[in-house]
Design a protein. Structure first.
Lengths: 477, 91
């Protein structure tokens, strides 16, 4: 599974077999979870860091402020009343220092100790440095001192400080706590990442299993759905829909081959028979000649039939539904009318048309045009010369209804049932050319668009030629 | 991984050690004067001068402190006396 491993690293670390840790690290789920955990850890550390600084740091600042204030007060005292006053003040402060934290020293210019509880100025004392932090020994107890040394105008020195042992202990406590929490957070990060990875794997397992089965060649399995309404469920749904579609398409393809094989058998057989017959009676070259011409015409017919059958099968398989787009039926009606209007004129027929300004729907432009053409073709074919053909379309609330009406022989009720069958030709139409596929295609196209097809009486004026109206309804949505 | 596993606890340990106050393995740089019985008596005298020093509860604390000092517990005694002084001053 790991495919982005640097070769050197892989061979150095694991030889041929990736160990469990490497597998863990190459899991996307794990890396994802680890990233989140790392961010969380970072945030936690930042928070704790700020907290640490806010407490330990604040403590530092607080102590320094107290020391400085104290020193300034004592310096003020010295300015007002001299050494003795300061000595008294220091004694007073020390007497009240129940926590035993304060440090004072007033030393003369000579270095002699005048007041305070410090033995002497710090060993590393430098005249230009005011703040000191150093180890402290208080009655034999080790500690840490923070000291501020203020030089007085006469050369004396005033040192004020605090024992900050407590503060340091608090800081150590905080640091230890920080370290522990970081360690625990890290543990949680790894554990959480592993758990998350396993959860992801578990949720993806049905999909991967099904995909593996299908890759093996069996199209029938579907992703089992758990009923939870989450992203993985949606993935499973999509996969199942996709597989259904593929199965349906494959059915369609099979269906097309079957249809072609079935429907072409007859025309091809007929062509062959005729040629064979011609061969049997092959004495007359003129007869042979015309037999060959007929053979060519038969083969042309086969080609036409083949194309029509293919188209119908395609349409029935719904293969073209994917190419549906918004289309206005009016230009199609105009095109069809123009195309067959000319033929009608030649036959002395009139083509009456009636439709609104626009007829918007969603569908396949070519198929709809073909269907209209087929209907008009039939109408022109069956209407006697001098007759009229009506092409009408109207827009209803939720559908478009198209009606093609002629003055031909019409269709009996029994024939109306059978007319959708491929190659069916009603008795009354035996004398007219055609393969019997026209209405099949129209029916298939209408069905593809989710519509319905039905027949009605045409507008024929005589009893034996009542005419036929072919109507179909296409939904708008 | 073995190499990595050892680092983390060591790092944490180092972190905690670094932040601990340095124990005095060498002589301290600063020293306070040793507290003695004399200082105790100074504090007792100071307490006596305060008006609230001879009243409870300051007085009780003061007597405790004095006793502690006399029985050798100088540091505790001084702390007690200092508390007595604070109470006497109303702090």
């Amino acid at each position: 599974m790991p495919h982005a491993v640097p070769l050197a690293a892989a061979t150095r670390r694991r030889g041929q077999h990736p160990g469990p840790l490497w597998q863990l690290l190459s899991s996307a789920g794990f890396r994802f979870a680890l990233l989140f955990a790392a961010l969380f850890l970072l945030a936690g550390l930042a928070f704790t860091g700020v907290l640490w600084w806010g407490t330990a740091g604040a403590l530092d600042r607080q102590i320094d402020a107290a020391i400085r204030a104290d020193a300034m007060a004592l310096a003020e005292r010295w300015r007002d009343a001299g050494d003795q006053a300061v000595a008294d003040a220091i004694g007073e402060r020390l007497a009240l220092d129940a926590e035993n934290q304060t440090l004072y020293l007033l030393s003369a210019p000579s270095g002699q100790r005048l007041a305070g509880n410090l033995e002497a100025l710090p060993q590393g004392f430098a005249p230009d440095v005011q703040w000191y932090g150093m180890s402290l020994e208080r009655d034999g107890i080790p500690g840490e001192a923070r000291l501020f040394v203020l030089p007085l105008p006469d050369g004396s020195r005033l040192a004020v400080g605090r024992d900050v042992e407590e503060k340091l202990r608090l800081r150590a406590l905080l640091t230890e706590g920080l370290a522990w929490s970081a360690g625990v957070a890290l543990l949680f990060a790894f554990a959480g990442a592993a758990l998350l990875r396993r959860a992801l794997e578990r949720r993806l397992a049905p999909v991967t299993a099904t995909a593996a089965l299908i890759a093996g060649g069996d199209l029938s399995p579907r992703v089992p759905l758990s009923g939870r309404e989450d992203e993985f469920e949606a993935l499973g749904h999509s996969m199942n829909t996709m597989l259904d579609r593929i199965a349906h398409l494959m059915e369609g393809v099979r269906g097309v081959s079957d249809a072609i094989a079935h429907d072409l058998r007859t025309p091809i057989a007929r062509a062959r028979n005729r040629l064979e017959e011609a061969l049997a009676n092959a004495d007359d070259p003129a007869a042979l000649h015309s037999a060959l011409e007929r053979g060519i015409a038969d083969l042309d017919n086969v080609t036409r039939v083949f194309q029509a059958v293919l188209r119908i099968a395609e349409v029935e398989a719904g293969a073209r539904r994917a190419a549906f787009a918004p289309v206005d039926l009016v230009p199609l009606l105009e095109d069809a009318a123009e195309l067959y209007g000319a033929t009608a004129e030649e036959n002395g027929q009139t083509l009456r048309t009636e439709w609104p300004a626009a007829l918007p729907l969603t569908g396949d432009r070519d198929l709809l045009l073909q269907a209209l053409a087929n209907l008009l073709d039939n109408a022109v074919k069956f209407t006697p010369d001098g007759g009229s053909i009506l092409l009408k379309a109207e827009l209803l609330e939720d559908a478009i209804v198209v009606r093609v009406s002629d003055q031909g022989p019409g269709l009996s009720l029994e024939d109306r049932e059978r007319v959708g069958e491929r190659f069916f030709r009603a008795d009354s139409s035996r004398n007219t050319p055609g393969s019997g596929l026209g209405l099949s295609l129209v029916r298939a196209v209408v069905q593809l668009h989710g519509g319905t097809l039905w027949f009605d009486e045409g507008h024929g004026e005589s009893l034996d030629k009542p005419g036929l109206a072919v109507c179909f309804r296409l939904p708008l949505a | 991984m073995l190499h990595d596993a050892g680092m983390l606890p060591r790092l944490l340990l180092a972190l905690s050690v670094m932040s601990a106050p340095s124990r005095v393995a060498f002589p301290a740089e600063l020293r306070t004067l040793p507290q003695d019985l004399h200082y105790c008596q100074e504090l007792v005298a100071r307490l006596a001068t305060l008006p609230a020093g001879v009243q409870q509860p300051a007085r009780g604390l003061g007597e405790e402190g004095e006793l502690l000092c006399r029985t050798g517990h100088i540091r505790t005694g001084i702390a007690r006396l200092r508390r007595a002084l604070r109470v006497a001053q109303g702090r």
